[in-house]
Design a protein around this ligand. Structure first.
Ligand SMILES: [Fe+2]
Length: 330
């Protein structure tokens, strides 16, 4: 890992500034230097995985796709790197990720891999210096390590996303809501945490998406709340993923939150509040106030941990019997 002093000096975003100007408003694929500077080879990845396992399942998400599922996509289940009292070898985990359908997201990088966290921050600060309208707060970072055939089903994130791709190739599919309208009710129930972010896109839309293939050293940014899906293209994939808010995304988030409450509490059918409208701004104020006052207190999302890594098993994972499954807030 490069010393932090070098990071501050480095140019981390390879595009000329005009090419970066579309950030927030359109899909932007950009070149970056994080793949060279982070040196995320297998040894480094294995060390980070072992740190995450020791820190416990609140510090990572480990998922696997079970083959059954609608519209050609599988069903996600979540699991553990280790059960309490066990140790895990990071290289074993990497070998298993390479073999199959596992997807590992190491969270809390500021604690588990502070150098990576500083590198991502430096890239954000460079965006801020070079793109006048770019701002960020509530930065959340994670390291994604996923298998050759891992897929992320169509979903909507409730924050802005910047993904810095590091190893392997990845295909993003994105659906512009102007062409593929998604009902506000879906966004509201994701924001109110009534459902996970997955969304049932119309089957005929699946092949009509905008596509972007990311090579190592490329990154992607796309507009807030655009539905998207991701597919790995045949090798181990490593990315530094990050989420953040900026004032417009907070307004949109809060307006959807307020509309969701109006619909649920008062049986109203609120008008859609397009991005940047006065209605959106007014509802955003109401939404933020309601959130602060805890008018709506959603049940925490408890997710069952259904398997644990086990190199002794044929497919590398041991199913945990239902009565022993931990349920964690995810
Ligand atoms: Fe996403």
């Amino acid at each position: 890992m490069t010393h932090i002093a070098d990071i501050a000096e480095a140019r981390l975003l390879r595009n000329d500034t005009p090419e970066l100007m579309g950030v927030h408003g359109e899909v932007v694929v950009f070149g970056h230097a994080l793949a060279d500077m982070a040196s995320l080879d297998d040894d480094n990845l294995a060390r980070i995985i072992e740190r995450a396992a020791a820190a416990g399942p609140e510090h990572y998400n480990l998922s696997m796709v079970e083959p059954e599922g609608a519209a050609g996509y599988g069903r996600w289940v979540q699991g553990l790197l280790t059960e309490p009292g066990e140790k895990v070898n990071g290289h074993d985990v990497l070998a298993l990720i390479r073999r199959g359908r596992l997807w590992l997201q190491v969270e809390h990088l500021h604690e588990l891999a502070p150098d990576l966290y500083r590198l991502i921050r430096a890239a954000y600060d460079e965006f801020k210096r070079r793109v006048a309208h770019f701002t960020y707060f509530n930065l959340y970072t994670n390291l994604l390590i996923s298998g050759p055939s891992a897929q992320v089903t169509p979903h909507i994130d409730v924050a802005e996303v910047l993904l810095f791709h590091i190893r392997g190739r990845k295909k993003f599919r994105l659906w512009d809501p102007a062409k593929f309208p998604v009902p506000d009710e879906w966004r509201e129930s994701i924001i109110l945490r009534e459902q996970l972010e997955d969304i049932p896109l119309r089957p005929e839309w699946l092949e009509q998406a905008m596509e972007a293939v990311l090579e190592p050293g490329q990154g992607v940014s796309f507009p807030f709340m655009w539905p998207h899906a991701v597919e790995n293209l045949g090798e181990l994939n490593v990315s530094l993923q990050s989420e953040y808010h900026h004032p417009a995304s907070i307004r949109r988030y809060a307006a959807l939150y307020a509309n969701g409450l109006l619909r649920r509490r008062l049986g109203m059918n609120p008008q859609s509040t397009g991005p940047g409208t006065l209605g959106e701004a007014l509802r955003a104020v109401a939404g933020l106030a309601a959130k602060k006052l805890k008018v709506h207190s959603p049940k925490p999302r408890k997710v069952a941990m259904q398997f644990v890594i086990d190199p002794a098993e044929e497919d590398g994972v041991r199913r945990i019997p239902e009565e022993r499954q931990m349920h964690l807030e995810k």
